[in-house]
Design a binder for this molecule. Structure first.
Ligand SMILES: Cc1cc2nc3c(=O)[nH]c(=O)nc-3n(C[C@H](O)[C@H](O)[C@H](O)COP(=O)(O)OP(=O)(O)OC[C@H]3O[C@@H](n4cnc5c(N)ncnc54)[C@H](O)[C@@H]3O)c2cc1C
Length: 428
């Protein structure tokens, strides 16, 4: 096949929600662009798969809530149907404890989180501290600390021993939802939203185009992929920082920027979904939500659609995901099912479909839900990446001022990057 060289104004690398959102914003302003995506589909960490029952299910990002304005607006504008996540009835805590004790442990773990978030990220007293080291110094009961560890490792899919305290506080403060982040999901799948955005772009979107090198040259950039090259005035790298750090830049990026990209590590998550003939947990007055303190970062909830089979989704996060992925598919399933049986009873075994998506070390996103900084001294990393090396800029959900690590954050990050680029085309 003949390799082509295409010319455009802006080349965007990565068609996750960040890249799609930037492309949408730039197209609206009449800018010529090319959106280059390594995979044969758009969506990145939002992905859907067909399960064994012929149902299309979200195997990546799925849930959203009323407090995520950009994503909610998009869902509504594209005429999607919101499914309210079933949350009636009791949730189960594991190891099993009495209802009163569960409530006490939960409130105690939330008060650790509030205490943490009351610390200013820049407070010199926490410089160099990881979340684990800080937690060690707290005088809370062991069970409250275990619940806090499980909650944070579950939400961020990263070991507390690696996570700088200032970074977690800085991120956690940007997650501002008051209603549950699991409030809704999209009947047609979150992935269908990405497909709709891609549909607007026509042939400006190029799938199966992994960008390998980015040359900065006078007047612009040249991006080379396995299928050809593109020259542009500006490049926007819409990928998580850890993946961006693996691109080959010529000349090399300024040392501070290369370092700033290199201090991130992808979280580890495995998403498991089971379909059942009946929602047996509901019949027993349970919501289907299970929160494990041990093992930490294991969480389940109901994800049933009215028109499909009742469903449970289980998230395995952080160090637990890294451990369990080594077991292989069959043993991983055994582990998950053993925990679920303990929590919800033997009916849990009667699933009619079992789907598992291992995102650890994902080839094109690195992992999930998001990258986090793992160097306690890298307080300037985000600022350095956002400044970029003009005409090369960077954006991703991780770098969003609101909801970093979420689809909402990706949409916001893409829009902000597009506005920055537009200012270069139309200087005031
Ligand atoms: C299992 C899982 C569950 C999640 N659940 C939720 C949820 O319920 N709600 C929520 O809001 N968020 C959730 N998230 C997080 C959410 O999906 C992400 O924050 C968001 O989708 C990130 O978007 P992005 O565009 O910044 O990055 P990505 O989606 O990672 O997009 C980056 C894109 O760049 C492409 N790419 C990489 N390298 C190259 C290259 N060299 N050349 C060309 N293209 C390249 C990738 O293929 C990818 O498409 C979940 C994530 C996972 C993994």
């Amino acid at each position: 096949m003949k390799r082509q060289t295409v010319r455009t104004d802006v080349a965007i690398v990565g068609a996750g929600f960040t890249g799609l959102s930037a492309a949408h914003e730039l197209s609206k302003a009449g800018i010529n662009l090319a959106l280059l995506e390594a995979r044969g589909r758009v969506g990145g960490r939002v992905e859907s798969q067909w399960n064994g029952l012929g149902e299309r299910i979200d195997s990546g990002g799925q849930f959203l809530c009323e407090d995520m304005p950009e994503l909610m607006a998009l869902v509504r504008a594209r005429g999607k149907t919101l499914v309210e996540t079933y949350a009636k009835g009791e949730f189960v805590a594991q190891p099993l404890t009495g209802a009163k004790q569960v409530e006490r442990i939960y409130h105690a773990s939330m008060s650790i989180r509030d205490r943490m978030n009351a610390i200013a990220p820049g407070d010199p007293a926490i410089a160099g501290l990881t979340v684990a080291a800080w937690l060690d110094r707290q005088n809370d009961p062991g069970e409250a600390k275990a619940a806090f560890r499980s909650m944070i490792q579950g939400l961020w899919c990263q070991a507390l021993e690696k996570l700088p305290l200032w970074h977690l506080i800085d991120n956690d403060r940007r997650i501002t939802n008051e209603v549950s982040e699991l409030q809704y999901f999209v009947l047609e799948t979150m992935q269908s939203l990405a497909d709709d955005l891609a549909g607007d772009l026509g042939d400006r979107l190029r799938l199966n185009t992994p960008v390998r090198t980015i040359e900065r040259r006078p007047g612009g950039v040249r991006l080379a992929s396995t299928t050809g090259s593109i020259t542009a005035r500006i490049a926007l790298i819409a990928m998580p920082p850890m993946m961006a750090s693996k691109l080959d830049f010529a000349p090399p990026l300024p040392a501070a920027l290369q370092r700033a990209l290199g201090v991130w590590q992808s979280g580890a998550v495995i998403k498991v979904q089971m379909r059942y003939a009946t929602a047996f947990w509901r019949a027993r007055g349970l919501s289907g939500m299970v929160m494990w303190r041990d093992p930490p970062a294991l969480f389940a909830c109901d994800a049933s659609k009215d028109d499909g089979h009742p469903a449970l989704v289980v998230f395995v996060g952080g160090p637990l995901a890294l451990r369990w992925r080594e077991l292989g598919d069959a043993a991983l399933r055994t582990e998950v099912m053993a925990r679920l049986r303990q929590a919800l009873g033997t009916d849990a075994d009667d699933f009619i479909d079992f789907s598992c998506r291992d995102w650890t070390d994902d080839r094109w996103s690195g992992g999930g839900y998001a990258d986090l900084i793992i160097d306690t001294s890298a307080t300037e990393a985000e600022k350095t990446i956002l400044a970029g090396a003009p005409p090369v800029y960077f954006a991703s959900s991780e770098l969003s001022p609101s909801f970093p690590g979420y689809v909402e954050g990706a949409i916001v990050a893409g829009r902000i990057a597009a506005q920055k680029i537009l200012r270069e085309f139309n200087p005031q």
